[in-house]
Each structure stands twice: as structure tokens, then as C-alpha cells.
Design a protein around this ligand. Structure first.
Ligand code: ADP
Ligand code: ASP
Ligand code: MG
Length: 468
């Protein structure tokens, strides 16, 4: 079999874990499989890079020095634990040293200029994966396998220049990945590729969105015509709810692409929201598996015909870090194009709308957007729309969360919505906004963030998801 294996940050959190990951790769190669490895940054590193990038523009050189020293130490510790052979170890230490030095220079540049552009932010973020991949490469060679490591850019993934959330240009990427990695696989060499990072056609570093290593893995899957893509993580598979909120959450053995994509979009953090796009047409199965329990089969995500769909409601997810923007105005009533104007204003600023709800009265519309951009959304809307007869008030609530109740068999089943809302009411919690897509695969609604976990629990209990 040809398998693309992606190891998330949680699976490469320490040198010991990296050694374990190398062992899993080795077992599968010895069982006569061709294996391609995709790695995320060590757990917590991407978040710390985001933080330092933001601080650097008003920070000091000393802060940057302290940060890079700590970052080097963290990776040095992992190298020593993961790699025993001293020659390989030295080689990886060299790469690590030079990457950390380069990062130091970039951050110092940001500090002097006092500005962090989306382009330089992506450059900073790319170091997480640029530091983790060489260690995995070293650990695999330490187990006497042949291996080569690549950045996503060197492997051939090309994207547009939407920094922070770049979209891969699939035709050129597929062609280059096949050309560069295909021959290595034929020779039994294990390619190790950084997840998350790629480059524009001009070679400028981009990132493909948080959690993007999952996406890198499926892009590689289609490009190399893999038999399966395995996403290794710290949970047994995709579960009926986030196990951190519901310890009794159950593992879902099989999901259709559509169901899994729906869950990913609504922040079942087990996957990047767009990760399944590349594999759906090619019908390449994806498995979510646990590095802690590799003997378990995990969740199989495949074509609806090949996945058993039992139960009506299958999962409930909680999406935090969102904000609700409300636009009100009697001027919008009966006015063609008024909603279009709102969407256009936000679209031009690159602000993505995740959920919409509008009443028949047409006098108000509510939208859910990422909390990170709420300030930008408000000022943009106010400048473009206020005081022009259409809109009289624009407000935002940034202490909200979206709850999504999901399952393919909800389609056409009566009474689900009423049961969901009754459950929330019985828990004494107020709903701020509701939306149900015509796909009927999910019902989503907005509550105050402080009530989020309680709502997830109430719904999980009501639909007996722990017994699914
Ligand atoms: P990785 O580092 O492997 O990419 P992530 O943190 O991105 O890991 O995703 C795995 C985490 O997703 C789990 O630890 C779990 O807490 C969280 N999670 C949220 N919702 C779900 C769900 N429905 N099923 C499984 N995991 C979930
Ligand atoms: N390291 C990146 C992130 O934290 C990509 C990933 O983990 O998939 O978002
Ligand atoms: Mg992830």
C-alpha cells in the first residue's frame, strides 16, 4: 500500500514521541508499504510563534534573543531524545541552528521596522514545521531507513498569495509533487514533508490555514495516488464531541466525507476544514488514528456508499473564537441588494462570513465571523454603510460560541430541531441566533460562550451519544 501519514503537533510533542512516530513509520515500511510522512510543528510551537511575531513589532532585541534561545533548547532536547546516532544528530543540530538563527534575523527585522505584514507573519510561522521535520527525518534514519526531508515549498506545493490562509494551486502542485517525490518512493526512500507551509509561484513562503498539515497530507495523497491517508493524532478517532468537554464521548468508527467535512468546518479540531476537498473526488479513504493506541482502527472517512451510517444525530461541536455582528436598519426592508452590499464590503476586506441569519422582516441580519477580525469588520461596515439611509446600527458580541449538531441521517428526519432547542431551553440557556443549511446535515446556533460547554453536554446527553 501507498500511505501518506500525517503526524500532528500532539504526536510530535517531545523527542520520545518523535522516536515513537519514527517506529510507526518503520513498522509500516517493513510491512512493505510505501510511506510519505507529513509533520506539524512540535505541540505549542505555532502558537508561540504567533505570539512572538505580534510582540516583535513593539518588542526588544533581548525578548527575541530569549525566545529563540528557548526555542532552540526545546528542539535540541527533542533531538537528543529522538536520535541516538551522533552523526545524524549533528546533522540535524546544524539544520536546527541555522533555522533558529534565520528566525532570529526575521524577528529582529520586524522589531526594527515596527510592522508585521501577513507575508512576514507567514514567514515567521513557517519555522515551526521547518524545525520539526528535520528531527523526524533524523529519527527515521536513526532506525536505518533511508529518508529525505522537504519543506512544502521544496516538495512543490504552490499556492495563491492569500497569506495566512493560502489556497493551493492544485494542477501545478500535483504535477510537481509527483515529479519530485514519486521516484523517491519507488526507491524505498521515505520523504518527510513539512505540513502547513507552501509558497507562491514566486517562491514567497505562505501558510494554508491553522491545522493545515491535514490539508498538506491530503494534497499529497491525491498527487501521489495514495491508497490511504492516515491522520495520526492524540485521540482514538473522530468522536461524538470534543473529549476535553465530554469525557464520555464515543469514537465514531465510520463517517462519510460529507459528514466528516461538516464536523471539521464546525471545529471538531481533529481536522483542517478543507482537508477533505482533495481526496473526495479521488475517493481516497482517510483514517484518523491515535499514536497512543496504534492498535485501534480509528475513524474511517470514505465515500457514503462505503461507510455505514447509523444514528440520526452523530456529533455535537463547539466553535469558539467567533463573534456575532448584527446589522440593523429599517432602510434595508424591501431594498434589493442591501444584503449584497454588506457581504461585498466584508468580502473586499477578506473577512469570511461563517454563518448568516436574517429575519423575514429584513430589518436586521446577523453574521458569525472569526473573533480575530471583528474590529476590522465593524470599522469597515461603519465607514461604508452607516448614515447612508440603509443601516442605522451595527453592533458586535464577541463573547459567543457556535454549537453545531450534525449527522447525515438528520436529513428529512422530523423533530430533531425541536428536540435540540427544547434541550437548550431546559438547560436554561438563551439562543442568540439559529441557522440550518438546506443540506439538513447540521443545525447550528449561537449561545454565550460561557454556556457553550453546558449546551454541548446537554445535547450529548439528550441524544444519548455516549451510547451510539
Ligand atoms: P493534532 O496536533 O494531532 O493536529 P489537534 O489538536 O489539531 O491535534 O486535534 C486533535 C484534538 O481535537 C483532540 O485532542 C481533541 O481534543 C480535539 N477535538 C475536538 N473535537 C473533537 C472531536 N469531535 N473528535 C475528536 N477530537 C476532537
Ligand atoms: N502547526 C500548524 C498549526 O498549529 C499546522 C498544524 O498543526 O496542522 O496550525
Ligand atoms: Mg491539528
Amino acid at each position: 500500500m501507498k500511505i501518506v501519514m500525517k503526524f500532528g503537533g500532539t504526536s510530535v510533542g517531545s523527542g520520545q514521541n518523535i522516536r515513537h512516530v519514527a517506529g510507526l513509520v518503520s513498522d509500516n515500511v517493513k510491512a512493505k508499504n510505501q510511506v510519505v510522512v507529513v509533520v506539524s510543528a512540535l505541540a505549542g510551537v505555532t502558537n508561540s510563534l504567533i505570539e512572538i511575531a505580534d510582540q516583535a513589532k513593539k518588542g526588544t532585541e533581548q525578548q527575541i534573543k530569549d525566545f529563540t534561545a528557548k526555542l532552540y533548547e526545546k528542539h535540541e532536547d527533542a533531538i537528543i531524545e529522538a536520535i541516538k546516532d551522533s552523526t545524524i544528530r549533528k546533522e540535524v543540530q546544524q539544520v536546527t541552528k541555522s533555522s533558529v538563527a534565520e528566525l532570529g534575523k526575521v524577528l529582529t527585522g520586524v522589531c526594527y521596522i515596527g510592522e508585521l505584514t501577513p507575508k512576514s507573519r507567514d514567514y515567521v510561522l513557517s519555522f515551526g514545521e521547518r524545525l520539526s521535520a528535520p528531527i523526524v527525518w533524523g529519527a527515521i534514519r536513526d532506525l536505518k531507513l533511508e529518508s529525505q526531508w522537504f519543506t512544502g515549498k521544496d516538495a512543490g506545493i504552490v499556492t495563491d498569495s492569500d497569506f495566512g490562509n493560502a489556497t493551493p494551486l492544485m494542477n501545478v502542485s500535483m504535477h510537481q509533487l509527483k515529479e519530485r517525490l514519486g521516484p523517491l518512493l519507488e526507491k524505498g526512500i521515505v520523504p518527510v514533508i513539512t505540513g502547513f507551509i507552501a509558497a507562491t509561484q514566486d517562491g514567497v513562503t505562505t501558510t494554508i490555514g491553522r491545522g493545515g498539515s491535514d490539508y498538506t497530507a491530503t494534497i499529497l495523497g491525491v498527487s501521489l495516488s495514495a491508497d490511504e491517508v492516515w491522520i495520526w493524532t492524540d485521540v482514538d478517532g473522530i468522536m461524538t464531541a470534543d473529549p476535553r468537554i465530554i469525557p464520555a464521548a464515543k469514537m465514531l468508527p465510520e463517517l462519510s466525507y460529507q459528514e466528516a467535512a461538516e464536523m471539521a468546518i464546525f471545529g471538531a479540531k481533529a481536522m483542517h476544514p478543507r482537508a477533505l476537498e482533495p481526496v473526495i473526488e479521488a475517493k481516497i479513504p482517510v483514517r484518523i488514528r491515535s499514536t497512543l493506541h496504534p492498535e485501534k482502527p480509528g475513524t474511517l472517512i470514505a465515500d457514503a456508499e462505503n461507510t455505514k451510517s447509523t444514528g440520526v444525530v452523530k456529533a455535537v461541536a463547539l466553535m469558539k473564537d467567533v463573534a456575532m455582528v448584527n446589522v440593523n436598519g429599517a432602510g434595508m426592508v424591501g431594498e434589493p441588494g442591501s444584503y449584497a452590499k454588506i457581504f461585498e464590503v466584508l468580502g473586499k476586506k477578506g473577512i469570511n462570513i461563517m454563518m448568516i441569519s436574517a429575519a423575514v422582516s429584513e430589518a436586521n441580519i446577523s453574521m458569525i465571523i472569526s473573533r480575530r477580525v471583528v474590529g476590522r469588520a465593524l470599522s469597515t461596515l461603519e465607514i461604508a454603510l452607516l448614515g447612508r439611509g440603509l443601516v442605522s446600527e451595527i453592533t458586535a458580541e464577541d463573547d459567543v460560541a457556535v454549537i453545531a449538531v450534525m449527522g447525515a441521517n438528520m436529513k428529512g428526519t422530523k423533530g430533531i430541531a425541536s428536540k435540540v432547542f427544547q434541550t437548550v431551553a431546559q438547560a436554561g440557556i438563551n439562543i442568540r441566533m439559529i441557522a440550518q443549511g438546506s443540506s439538513e446535515l447540521n443545525i447550528s446556533f449561537v449561545v454565550k460562550e460561557k454556556d457553550g460547554a453546558a449546551v454541548v453536554k446537554a445535547i450529548h446527553d439528550e441524544f444519548k451519544l455516549d451510547k451510539i
